[in-house]
Design a protein around this ligand. Structure first.
Ligand SMILES: Nc1nc2c(ncn2[C@@H]2O[C@H](COP(=O)(O)OP(=O)(O)OP(=O)(O)O)[C@@H](O)[C@H]2O)c(=O)[nH]1
Length: 312
């Protein structure tokens, strides 16, 4: 474990530090509470062993600040054990109130110190595993199982937030609705599993396009989601009408150039995409209206021959 040892007494940090290093731990030392908070942030220790009475900032205050730092990171928790010369009941209560987890007298025998650290490390390990599992679950809940893009549920949540912000700031907003062309014929011709592969491949291309959009700052925090079936939606906050037109064109071209064989897709012989785009120079009104306009343009793209974008 990496252990942050905090004490204003050089003797204590040296003695405790040497004991911990001897039994295989890495030790980071801080001489007061303020340095403890700084070193906690810089070194992300697995455990903090901290004195209570110290100059500049005492151990209780440092523990509170460490907990405040952790509160900004979901699920973060590092055990804090107070080291003290006086294990009075008042100190014990204050230690726990300040966010500490345990309390060891400096005079405690070696075995007790080691046993307490082992217990804390075990809890910290379980907590870390739980945090990882939770993050995986969160990622799964926001992802579409087939394509790995964001799913509709996540899209609605994130879009609500982006749209609200765009309205508050009077910022521009762009939306592209995209639909794979003649996809029923693709399934009929190549089978449903090949259809799934085709959707995955197109989704990967759309993801690349959106990453490029963000990298080139053509929009702010753009993202693409599977809207449903063979339909996708790309959200383009703060993009210009010129950028929207370029992104729509690039998207249509990129899917066509991908060259996924589609013998029954008109004269192209490969899978293609139709796109309906809408741009607002100042976000206002209901999101549903934006989607209706994008849908109408998508319909026009289909009517006008597919493998194209219609904007408005
Ligand atoms: N393989 C596969 N097919 C899907 C999936 N979701 C929807 N589809 C199919 O997508 C097809 C969409 O067909 P339509 O809505 O008729 O549209 P289209 O054939 O693409 O024709 P246009 O949109 O007019 O170009 C349907 O046959 C659906 O079964 C999926 O997850 N996997």
């Amino acid at each position: 474990m990496r252990i942050l040892v905090v004490d204003d007494s050089r003797t204590i940090t040296t003695v405790f530090g040497a004991r911990l290093v001897e039994i295989g731990h890495e030790v980071v030392i801080a001489e007061n509470g303020q340095l403890a908070v700084e070193r906690f942030q810089a070194s992300a220790p697995d455990l903090v062993l901290m004195d209570i009475e110290m100059p500049v900032m005492n151990g209780f205050e440092a523990a509170k600040q460490i907990r405040a730092v952790e509160a900004t990171q979901e699920w973060a928790w590092t055990p804090i054990i107070f080291l003290t010369g006086s294990d009075t009941p008042e100190n014990l209560v204050m230690a726990i109130e300040a966010g500490g987890d345990d309390f060891i007298p400096k005079s405690a025998p070696e075995g007790v110190v080691q046993a307490k650290m082992k217990a804390m490390a075990r809890i910290a390990g379980l907590r870390a595993e739980l945090s990882l599992a939770n993050r995986k679950l969160e990622a799964q809940a926001s992802q579409d199982g087939l394509t790995g893009l964001f799913n509709r549920r996540y899209m609605d949540l994130r879009l609500d937030h982006q749209w609200g912000e765009a309205i508050r700031c009077g910022a521009p907003f762009g939306l592209l609705m995209m639909d794979v062309d003649n996809f029923k014929l693709f399934n009929d011709h190549y089978g449903h599993l090949a259809g799934d592969d085709c959707l995955r491949a197109i989704a990967a291309t759309l993801q690349k396009v959106v990453e490029e959009v963000n990298a080139r700052r053509l929009a702010h925090d753009a993202f693409v989601a599977r809207y449903g079936g063979e339909e996708f939606a790309m959200m383009l906050p703060r993009c210009t009408p010129e950028a929207l037109a370029e992104i729509a064109r690039v998207t249509v071209d990129a899917v066509c150039r991908q060259g996924i064989a589609h013998a029954r897709n008109a004269e192209w012989g490969v899978s293609t995409l139709s796109v309906g785009g809408v741009h607002m120079s100042r976000a206002e009104g209901a999101l549903a209206q934006l989607f209706r306009r994008a849908d109408a343009n998508l319909y026009r793209a289909k009517q006008n021959g597919r493998n194209r974008a219609e904007l408005g």
